[in-house]
Design a protein. Sequence first.
Length: 99
Amino acid sequence: MFKLDESISASLFSMKQLERAYHDEGPWCFVVDGVTIPAVKVVKDTSVSLVALAETPRGRFDLNLLCGDEVVASRPQEFADGLSQLSWTFALSRDALHV
């Protein structure tokens, strides 16, 4: 029963993130090594992506996605020197929901 409960919780969390990304106008931004980078929202059929291009330092840093002042998501990411494409996608997966 615990595995089912965990799966339901994870699915609901993902859906709430997708809903927020779709409805919230932001401002959305990325933060890498203390530098704030404005993001642009791209809405497709079943997904919402936040994207940006930015100069990044070389190394492994946390990539934080913010909406306003709130951290919505975070993950470690490896960066090379120079221009990097930053992106975060929230997507609806038909495999996630079986009715």
